[in-house]
Ligand binder design. Structure first.
Ligand code: GLY
Length: 472
């Protein structure tokens, strides 16, 4: 079953169950500043889930279905294995005050296993449900409903990490989830469909309030579904990726069947595909926010390509052609080519420089970033292969020193205007404390993006992929 049929069957199935088809929203959310990218199908429906908008008024229906373009940075380090991606298409059905758990579970089982639809073997599936904890009760109803539709299915109980969405919980609607997993030929299993029952509103004070109704929010990755429906051992061997992989083989003169090439080719395929869709939705390479994420994707494509063929040709026409429609081609081509050409100028020298480094440290990593444009994670990955790690603290120290030097330069020119009062020195110390506090609470991926200090206030910019809760 090719991926076009899989997509169409999903939509047809939910249409036959009275759902309204809604088109995908942009990868860059329009009215939601809490996230950089669209990461789930429900995101465009948030106002309906919290009740500030009425789905019947806007869509003429409480039950909706979509195929949503999604981009997640959270799995970026896992890309290269059999089943993880940054960009993917999420198949979803949603109900805002329409149906409940029983129907959602029944639909999922029918679509997956009925001969009229995907017809996948029943005995390959197991389900998971939320086991409950000291704040939220166990989801016993879902277990009952699974047993009703699929008496022989195994139902496993897991905790907040696995069966509560979103994770980590944001301010807004959330709830227990139930997942369908598929057992692969080698005995391992893969999560395919996440059914979320949004029953609660998680407030800024950290409490969970009952919404008074259960809403349905489901998400299934098209690529993983294609992998099991097409009986492949990785998503990259499905029809969604195979032509891209073949073009990468031609472009680099290397074979995917060589195990040593696989993760590199998968990363190129994923990152390039993601970059294309980001560009189509208006993102352009830059040093800030969405733009820097796009830049990092393309730089990683460049490094991996270089590793495979020892040179970089910024013209990726034939690979891009397999990803995108002809009419959107030119713009994407211009942007990727320009970006790769720019990076290509220093890439070769940077990689040579790296070969000379016997032992990497944070300072050298910063030099590579500063001089050759190597994103920290790229340098990190290149040295990880040699069994070496980079001290992020030291990298940041360098980053900060560098910013201070540039600032001092500006200060000189500005003369008395940018004087260093005692208050400003205190604010400066406070930025260091603030940065450490952010990293303690949110994790080591928080980086200072800039700061600006005057006698009246300090401003501290940092990047993080979601809005913070008040508690945080
Ligand atoms: N909103 C459901 C999911 O992302 O899995």
């Amino acid at each position: 079953m090719d991926s076009k049929v899989i997509r169409q069957k999903f939509i047809d199935f939910f249409k036959s169950k009275g759902h309204k088809i809604v088109s995908s929203s942009s990868l860059v959310p329009e009215n939601d500043s809490s996230v950089l990218f669209t990461t789930a199908g429900m995101q465009q429906f948030k106002p309906y889930f919290v009740g500030t908008k009425d789905p019947v008024k806007d869509f003429g229906n409480k039950n909706l279905t979509s195929v949503q373009k999604c981009f997640r940075t959270s799995d970026i380090d896992l890309v290269g294995d059999e089943s993880h991606l940054t960009f993917f298409e999420m198949l979803g059905n949603f109900s805002i005050g329409g149906y409940g758990k029983k129907e959602a579970i029944g639909y999922a089982w029918e679509l997956m296993t009925s001969e009229d639809w995907y017809g996948l073997p029943q005995d390959r599936f197991f389900a998971t449900i939320f086991a409950g904890d000291n704040e939220i009760p166990a989801d016993e109803e879902s277990e009952k409903f699974w047993k009703e539709v699929a008496p022989s299915i195994e139902v496993k109980k897991t905790g907040r990490e696995e069966n509560f969405w979103p994770n980590p919980v944001w301010v807004g609607t959330c709830g227990p989830s139930s997942e369908l997993h598929y057992i692969l030929d080698d005995g391992s299993s893969i999560e395919v469909w996440n059914l979320v029952f949004t029953q609660y509103f998680h407030s800024e004070d950290g409490s969970f309030k009952d919404l008074g109704q259960i809403n349905i929010d489901t998400g299934m990755g098209l690529e993983r579904l294609a992998m099991i429906a097409q009986e492949k051992s990785s998503i990259f061997e499905t029809d969604l990726f195979w032509s891209i992989i073949t073009e990468i083989e031609k472009h680099t003169g290397q074979k995917y069947s060589e195990v040593a090439n696989q993760s590199k080719m998968r990363i190129i395929a994923d990152h390039l595909r993601a970059a294309v869709y980001l560009i189509v939705d208006g993102v352009r390479p830059s040093n800030k926010l969405e733009g820097y994420i796009l830049r990092r994707l393309l730089r990683r494509v460049a490094v991996k390509t270089f590793q495979l063929k020892d040179s970089l040709t910024p013209q990726l026409y034939s690979i891009l052609q397999t990803i995108i429609d002809v009419h959107e081609h030119r713009e994407v081509e211009n942007v990727t080519e320009q970006e790769l050409e720019r990076f290509g100028k220093t890439l070769d020298r940077g990689l040579k420089e790296i070969k000379k480094i016997a032992r990497i440290d944070g300072k050298l990593a910063f030099d590579l970033y500063q001089t050759y444009g190597f994103p920290l994670e790229v340098t990190e990955e290149l040295f990880r292969q040699k069994g070496q790690q980079i001290d992020h603290k030291q990298f940041e120290e360098e980053f900060k020193n560098h910013q201070e030097i540039s600032r001092a330069g500006i200060g000189k020119f500005a003369g008395g205007l940018a004087g260093h009062s005692e208050t400003e020195i205190k604010y400066h110390t406070a930025t260091h404390l603030l940065q450490q506090a952010l990293r303690d609470i949110l994790g080591p991926e928080v980086f200072q993006k800039g700061s600006n200090i005057t006698a009246e206030r300090l401003r501290f910019d940092f990047s993080f992929d979601r809005r913070l809760t008040d508690q945080e």
